[in-house]
Design a protein around this ligand. Structure first.
Ligand code: NAD
Length: 343
């Protein structure tokens, strides 16, 4: 059993903790938090051991009547791997502690790529993390693009990708990002950081990305154009994507016309927190003109990196192959929104 600690129990950390608990080959030793807030209450209610991320603040947990199992050092010392899901920049600071305890660590996309030995996407480069001690799971958008580009590269070759990312303004709990009512080119000049981030997964890929921020908390939306190296047609691309376990082809008959209905569908399907781990690609949007492929895909920013973190745990500990890990993660968390439409 791989012993796992989660440091930073916010949007990503709490989801990763739940996904770790769902694994047959992993134990969640505990979660490190900075403050005894509602998320700490929820962690205790689930039976997760709480660790004080900042030792000086430990007494705040005592004052709130919350049992603390130990400080960050105790957690780092007692696990095989840490998943650091702290806000951007904190993971790089925590790295010192992970190194001092010789504990491998997984970081999130908000950290600079330099924090880790390799950036990671399970579908695209699982094997690169097998010899690493520090691995960075790329951001939600880069995860979504990597899953899409990997099969296209293998099947047709990619001459150039051009993607416009319409980004959610903030997550539902990020009150400091609003109230807002605007459409902001972010950044206003080419490229957005996403293209260079995709290159941490595919160093040789030609990709330009543009970003916009809009006032929604639901999901990101990508408008994608990929110039392929060989010719194909829309039906063949759909068949290719249908083979990919983390791509959900939204069927025309579903009547899902946007991110709002996608989230509604996820809730109806019983997904905890309405999470959507899969890229959601509108089947009708897939079009091919010459060697140019076009499509729209929606990415659930709060959750698509969660299965990738679980796979990164197996990669960094060498406890399963790529195929075994992806299959186990998919099965244990219930990947496959598209199954609801199979007859
Ligand atoms: P978040 O703010 O929701 O959660 C971070 C948590 O870490 C908070 O509970 C915060 O109190 C806690 N924290 C702060 N300092 C800490 C410390 N020193 N030790 C332990 N905990 C500490 O942030 P998030 O959205 O979960 O993002 C975490 C990482 O995941 C970032 O790198 C982010 O870029 C990345 N990420 C976020 C999203 C998203 O859309 N939310 C998607 C993909 C990747």
């Amino acid at each position: 059993m791989t012993q796992v600690g989660v440091v930073g129990y916010g949007t990503i950390g709490k989801r990763v903790a739940d996904a770790v608990v769902a694994q047959r080959d992993m134990d969640l030793v505990g979660v490190a938090k900075t403050s005894p807030n509602f998320e700490a209450e929820a962690a205790l209610a689930k039976g997760y051991d709480l660790y004080a991320a900042v030792p000086e603040r430990r007494e705040r947990f005592d004052e709130a009547g919350m049992a603390v199992a130990g400080d960050l050092d105790a957690l780092v010392d007692s696990v095989d791997v840490i998943v650091d899901a702290t806000p951007s920049g904190i993971g790089a600071k925590n790295k010192e502690s992970y190194e001092a305890h010789d504990t491998p660590a997984i970081y999130q996309g908000g950290e600079d790529a330099e924090v880790a030995d390799t950036s990671f996407n399970a579908r695209a480069n699982f094997e690169q993390a097998e010899d690493a001690d520090h691995v960075r799971v790329v951001s939600c958008n880069t995860t979504g693009l990597s899953r899409l580009l990997a099969p296209l590269r293998e099947e047709y070759g990619v001459e150039k990708a051009r993607v416009t990312l319409v980004r959610r303004g903030g997550d539902p709990g990020q009150t400091d990002r609003g109230p807002i009512n605007d459409i902001i080119p972010d950044p206003v000049s080419l490229p957005s950081h996403h293209g260079p981030d995709v290159k941490t997964i595919f160093p040789d890929i030609a990709i330009d990305t543009l970003g916009l921020k809009v006032p929604t908390t639901l999901m990101h939306m990508h408008s994608v154009n990929v110039t392929l190296e060989s010719e194909t047609d829309a039906e063949a691309v759909k068949e290719l994507f249908a083979e990919e376990s983390r791509l959900f082809l939204v069927p025309e008959a579903a009547g899902i016309d946007g991110a709002g209905k996608l989230k509604e569908f996820a809730l109806d399907a019983g997904r905890s927190r309405g999470d959507i781990w899969e890229n959601c690609i509108w089947a009708e949007s897939i079009a091919v003109r010459g060697r140019d492929l076009y499509l729209f895909q929606a990415i659930h920013q709060e959750s698509d990196v969660v299965p990738e973190n679980v796979d990164a745990i197996r990669a960094i500990t060498g406890s399963a192959s790529k195929a075994e890990s992806i299959a186990t993660t998919n099965e244990t968390i219930g990947m496959g929104l598209g199954r609801a439409f199979e007859r």
